[in-house]
Write a protein that binds this ligand. Structure first.
Ligand SMILES: C[S@@+](CC[C@H](N)C(=O)[O-])C[C@H]1O[C@@H](n2cnc3c(N)ncnc32)[C@H](O)[C@@H]1O
Length: 211
């Protein structure tokens, strides 16, 4: 207990996960596994992060400075559920962007069934058409098509607040495709960046303060 003025100080993220959320997570994990084995088309596959990446993201999001919490690439909302734990613990909300209507519909079902409608705002559309509306970003999880990673990186980094965090998925399992974007990030003097070997490989970038 930090003190009476810290309203969210008693909410842990991983110790008291709501049953409805856990049930939806397990359902999506089963579907994601089946997708990978049964020949489901790439467009229809959920292509979710593994659980350990979810926990990793939640810890970073809960520690992020002020500013918007955003996700690019919702799919059925699995990673957003992990990020919603950070929202619940810190009294913030997540805005998540999904371009495909059928995935957005699944995500809506996920958020409703998991009881996180008040914590997560879903925007259906291409993130790159919405980036101009963002001002100050405290945390961003990038998990879209690899072809748009560099454009998303270029749209998000200037909007990160000092200390703001950008995490991009697939930095190891899609290293070859993402190499130009990874090279950009690792050489970018606006951020400190590192590829962390957890899950499919996470590029973590932290924005420095303006001089
Ligand atoms: C790898 S999946 C995301 C998985 C999700 N983050 C999870 O772990 O549960 C990538 C998703 O990004 C969406 N997407 C791709 N490009 C996008 C864009 N420019 N804006 C918004 N969504 C995009 C795809 O339709 C797809 O559903």
């Amino acid at each position: 207990m930090i003190g009476p003025s810290a309203p969210y100080s008693e909410t842990l993220m991983f110790h008291d996960m709501p049953t409805d959320m856990l049930e939806r997570m397990r359902e999506l994990e089963r579907r994601d596994q089946a997708d990978r084995a049964d020949g489901t088309s790439r467009l229809d596959r959920l292509r979710q992060i593994p659980e350990e990446t979810g926990r990793f993201l939640a810890l970073w999001a809960a520690s992020a400075p002020e500013g918007a919490l955003i996700e690019i690439g919702t799919s059925a909302g699995y990673s957003a559920l992990w990020l919603s734990l950070a929202c619940r613990a810190t009294g913030r909300t997540l805005t998540t962007f999904e371009v495909l209507p059928q995935k957005a519909a699944l995500a809506r079902e996920t958020f409703s069934r998991a009881g996180v409608d008040a914590l997560v705002r879903l925007v259906q559309g291409d993130f790159l058409n919405h980036a101009d509306q963002l001002d100050r970003v405290g945390f961003c999880f990038l998990d879209a098509e690899k072809e748009v990673y560099e454009a998303c990186y270029k749209a998000v980094v200037p909007r990160l607040v000092p200390g703001g965090i950008l995490i991009a998925d697939n930095a190891i399992n899609h290293r070859e495709t993402l190499q130009p974007m990874l090279d950009t990030a690792l050489a970018d003097e606006r951020v400190d960046a590192l590829v962390v070997p957890i899950g499919k490989g996470e590029l973590v970038c932290r924005r420095k303060a303006e001089p």
